[in-house]
Design a protein. Structure first.
Length: 290
């Protein structure tokens, strides 16, 4: 004996509401059984993850767009027109052949430059020469008026920033061995100016630290490497080599191997008051015993 309830015949009369509902439920079950099985609902999509290079390489290459004959002709014509325009531009303004025959810049007189004329009018006898070379303006001034000239250029012409102060050694020049160079900058219009003054080997020059404080270490460096003395400097002493160093390394007659500097045997720290002193018989470079 089974628990299933026998299905009433289709032509059986419906006696009450309960029997009617039971018949409708049985009919729904039969209809659903006759329908094909529906596909399972897809799961919620996982968040998108960026593809790795390996996954990208495994994908088949997408088919390239096939150009028509008209599109190919238009593309070739555009490339030819671009090449012709570039060639015409090069022929109109030919560039100098730097690789085959370099063309050095020319030095031109700049006495009519506004900065040169302003300096000449402001301080009498301040301009000895003026030239423009490779876009840079250089004014040669007398060493005796260097502080007055620098002060005028800062206060009257707006060159408030001293970019650099250095020197150049010309050991065979008769009128003076060294050029002391001042690079200054004006922020209002981004103009730069270079001063050059000739200093003899045993001649002194006034310090510019009273005009630009940054000249302090710059002048110490020039003193250390060239031996040029700046008077009225607050603390003129060596800055790159030690006190007692023999010679000035950036002079052109300074030997490359040094002059008894002993840099390979001296310690890194020295007592205050001067550089190290090593007796010849204790020099390990010569094979002597310490």
């Amino acid at each position: 004996m089974t628990d299933e309830t026998p299905k009433p015949p289709e032509d059986a009369p419906v006696t009450d509401e309960a029997s009617k509902a039971e018949s409708e439920a049985a009919a729904d079950v039969a209809d659903k059984a006759a329908e094909p099985a529906s596909e399972p609902k897809p799961e919620a999509e996982a968040p998108h993850k960026p593809e790795t290079s390996a996954e990208v390489s495994e994908k088949p290459a997408e088919a390239k767009k096939v150009l028509t004959e008209e599109e190919k002709a238009a593309k070739i014509a555009a490339a030819k027109a671009k090449a012709a325009a570039k060639k015409a531009e090069e022929e109109a303004e030919p560039k100098p052949p730097w690789e085959e025959k370099p063309v050095p810049p020319e030095r031109k007189d700049a006495t009519d430059d506004p900065e040169v004329m302003a300096l000449a009018e402001g301080i009498e006898g301040s301009v000895l020469a003026a030239a423009r070379f490779a876009g840079d303006l250089t004014i040669t001034v007398p060493v005796a008026k260097i502080v007055e000239i620098c002060s005028f250029l800062k206060t009257e012409r707006g060159f408030s920033f001293l970019v650099d102060l250095t020197a150049v050694d010309w050991p065979e020049r008769e009128e003076g061995r060294f050029d002391v160079i001042y690079w200054m900058h004006r922020f209002d219009d981004e103009v730069r100016l270079r001063l050059a003054t000739v200093v003899a080997e045993d001649q002194i020059i006034e310090s510019a630290t009273g005009i630009w404080k940054v000249a302090d270490w710059m002048e110490r460096e020039v003193f250390d490497l060239y031996g040029i003395v700046f008077v009225n400097h607050p603390s003129l002493e060596r800055i790159l080599t030690w006190e007692g160093f023999n010679g000035h390394p950036l002079r052109k007659d300074f030997p490359v191997e040094g002059i008894d500097t002993g840099a390979a045997i001296y310690p890194d720290v020295y007592p205050s008051g001067g550089g190290p002193v090593v007796e010849p018989e204790k020099n390990p470079e010569k094979g002597d015993k310490a």
